[in-house]
Design a binder for this molecule. Structure first.
Ligand code: HEC
Ligand code: HEC
Length: 372
């Protein structure tokens, strides 16, 4: 073995030990992206300050919490339009804000083998953040909104760090990451992302206090309508084919990508500006036309308080959502936004649910709201 390979190997083993340490070692310490160890509670506290700081937008006034508010299941409390307003009060993005709650449960992107049509094994992508999976981790995700012109609209990372320097937690930042660190924009920006991600991994974002959880713990019981709704969700309505909840995932998603045939939202600003506007979702990220129209199955936690629904916010109620799944291929009035790659599995699009059964599924979904 040459000297360099030995050193490389040593570095590799060291990194394994470090990575392992992140889980196994002292639970009060977190290893951040560059390998630095910091006190977890301090990191989370800083993340909370950053997440809620309305001085980190341009113009000031918008924070992460503006579109991911604790009181509305960590999504945008303003439901007056399908997508959120940017910090400038005029710009809007093309996508509906999803809940940031339970986002910590979405795995990093990977390819897994599943049984495809006829049982033949197929490779499928799972995981990744944003509805099209373009960010691998919460850290990577957190770096986007500050610079997105339709969101917090800072001109540069340096601008974000300058605002932090002027904040009343600048000292905490330097105490945690080193004196003078705010002079180093790149490293500081990474630490901003590390802090926010740590905050998003706290129990505040994933409390598991919904009635559904209480029923699982035998401290509550479902009403008859809720129980019927659960049976339908896992049975006739076939929701659990994609919104999976089992020992491995408890957030009602298998994290795969599907085109379920959501129609264009004519109220979307992007559609009004250009009626030919199409959001290809995963297809725009991979550049593969076979991915056009696919979006990651969202988690359904807190779903009753996070309207509107779907990537383009086209549905304003859960009843509308379920009626869509019920009648997409029969009486539903609008065609899918993307006609290719349409999911045809099971009876999706023609479920034959009665009006009462639709109401029962809604009742079940309402049990997924966390109780403060
Ligand atoms: C103007 C509203 C707005 C602001 C401000 C905003 N977000 Fe978002 N957030 C969105 C939208 C819209 C999406 C979905 C975008 C997409 O899929 O392309 C999103 C997606 C996310 C996701 C991914 C959720 C998932 O299931 O994939 C997380 C996590 C998140 N935001 C956290 C943050 C953090 C942290 C900040 C502050 C640094 C922030 N957001 C600021 C609107 C906003
Ligand atoms: C083939 C997989 C699949 C099946 C089956 C399925 N869903 Fe979905 N669901 C998705 C995907 C993918 C999305 C996101 C689509 C988008 O944003 O365009 C979604 C979105 C949703 C949303 C909106 C989430 C949000 O935050 O905007 C709700 C609510 C929902 N589904 C409930 C259900 C219910 C109830 C059923 C059963 C009647 C069901 N789903 C069946 C894959 C599926």
């Amino acid at each position: 073995m040459s000297k360099t390979t030995r050193i490389n190997k040593l570095a590799y083993i060291m990194s394994l030990i470090l990575l392992g340490g992140c889980v196994a070692e002292d639970a009060n310490v977190t290893v951040v992206s560059d390998g630095t160890e910091v006190v977890t509670a301090d990191l989370e506290f800083l993340g909370e300050r950053l997440f809620n700081d309305t001085n980190l937008s341009s113009p000031t006034g918008q924070s992460c919490a503006s579109c991911h508010n604790e009181t509305t299941g960590f999504d945008d409390p303003n439901n007056s339009q399908p997508t959120s307003l940017g910090a400038d009060g005029i710009s809007v993005g093309t996508r509906n804000s999803p809940t940031a709650s339970y986002a910590a449960h979405t795995p990093e992107p990977s390819t897994v083998t599943r049984a495809g049509p006829g049982g033949a094994p197929v490779q499928v992508l799972i995981g990744g953040l944003f509805l099209d999976g373009r960010a691998a981790t919460l850290e990577e995700q957190a770096k986007g909104p500050f610079l997105n012109p339709a969101e917090m609209a800072n001109a540069s990372e340096a601008d974000v760090i300058e605002s932090i320097r002027a904040s009343d937690y600048a000292e905490d930042f330097e105490l945690l990451f080193g004196e003078g660190i705010l002079d180093e924009v790149d490293r500081s920006y990474d630490y901003v992302a590390d802090s926010i991600a740590a905050f998003e991994r706290t129990a505040l974002f994933s409390p598991f206090t919904a009635k559904f959880d209480q029923v699982a713990e035998n401290t509550a019981i479902f009403t008859e309508a809720e129980a019927r709704g659960q049976d339908l969700f896992n049975g006739k309505a076939q929701c659990n084919r994609c919104h999976v909840s089992n020992a491995e995932t408890v957030v009602f998603s298998e994290f795969e990508y599907h085109n379920i045939g959501v129609p264009s939202n004519m109220l979307l600003a992007a559609f009004i500006a250009d009626p030919g506007f199409i959001d290809n979702g995963l297809g725009d990220v991979t550049g593969d036309v076979r991915d056009n129209g696919r979006f990651r199955t969202p988690n359904l936690r807190n779903i009753a308080i996070t309207a509107p629904y779907m990537h383009n916010g086209i549905f304003t109620s859960l009843t509308d959502v379920i009626q869509f799944y019920n009648t997409r291929d029969t009486t539903f009035p609008q065609p899918p936004e993307v006609m290719q790659n349409l999911d045809q599995g099971g009876d999706i699009g023609e479920l034959n649910l009665t009006v009462n059964e639709v109401a029962d599924v809604v009742a079940f979904l309402e049990t997924l709201t966390d109780v403060p």
